[in-house]
Design a protein around this ligand. Structure first.
Ligand SMILES: [Zn+2]
Length: 234
């Protein structure tokens, strides 16, 4: 690894260590579950959380560097047990620069029922462009989880998928965008749950969902765009 690449990898390790703090800040994870990874831009490398390490102990040095087959390239500990799924996504979706996994409560409750979250909220139309889809039931260890994520999210506007009976996987142009999608996924899952508990939520017309999504992804916020789904051309 030349000096420039080593410096960029060290920076990315620090960024990914810090981004894990957002998972605890927003209450998306329990104990050591959940993980954030980032692709090293222009390299067949990724950085990811180590397996079984407390969130409070995550520092740049504990973050593991792997190749895109999940083999450790640099780092002290074993990488996350979800490394194979993250690596599969990076291999199959070159536009993706960050992947996040959580078992956040409300979103995972929808996953436990095998039910996609219908688009009842303008914030969901903004961020997800429609429903948040359900992925297949898949056991950890091989490529099944990664395959399920890629199959559902390829060509889908949503940067989040609810893997059946398991939890949330999100993608983004970078790790921060994937973390934002995980935070927003739990937020809309909670509100959708409350809305349905109170009665029958009102649908949003598909044309209005399209208009909201387009405005949010192309017009909203500071330049350059920081939306999570707007990375197809990146
Ligand atoms: Zn999991």
């Amino acid at each position: 690894m030349n000096a420039d690449l080593a410096r960029r990898v060290a920076e990315l390790r620090g960024t990914v260590a810090r981004l894990h703090g957002e998972l605890t800040r927003y209450g998306l994870v329990a104990w050591t579950s959940g993980n954030v990874s980032a692709r090293v831009p222009g390299q067949d490398l990724m950085v990811i959380k180590p397996s079984g390490v407390d969130y409070a102990d995550l520092t740049a040095d504990t973050i593991v560097v792997c190749d895109l087959d999940g083999n450790v390239v640099d780092g002290e500990g074993a990488p996350s047990s979800d490394t194979a799924a993250h690596a599969y996504v990076y291999r199959a979706m070159p536009q993706v620069g960050g992947v996040v996994h959580t078992h956040s409560g409300y979103a995972t409750a929808w996953a436990a029922r095998g039910e996609a979250i219908p688009c009842w909220l303008t914030a969901q139309a903004d961020e997800f462009g429609g429903e948040i889809p359900i992925g297949p039931f898949a056991l950890i260890g091989g490529d099944d989880i990664g395959k399920g994520i890629v199959t559902v999210l390829s060509g889908h506007r949503s940067p989040a998928v609810l893997m059946r009976n398991h939890g949330v996987f999100t993608i983004g142009r970078d790790a921060r965008a994937a973390v934002k999608a995980a935070v927003m996924c739990e937020d809309v899952a909670r509100t959708a749950h409350l809305a349905r508990a109170l009665g029958e939520p009102a649908p949003i017309a598909p044309a209005d969902i399209d208009a909201l999504h387009d405005r949010y992804q192309n017009v909203y916020g500071q330049r350059p765009a920081t939306g999570t789904a707007r990375f197809e051309s990146a």
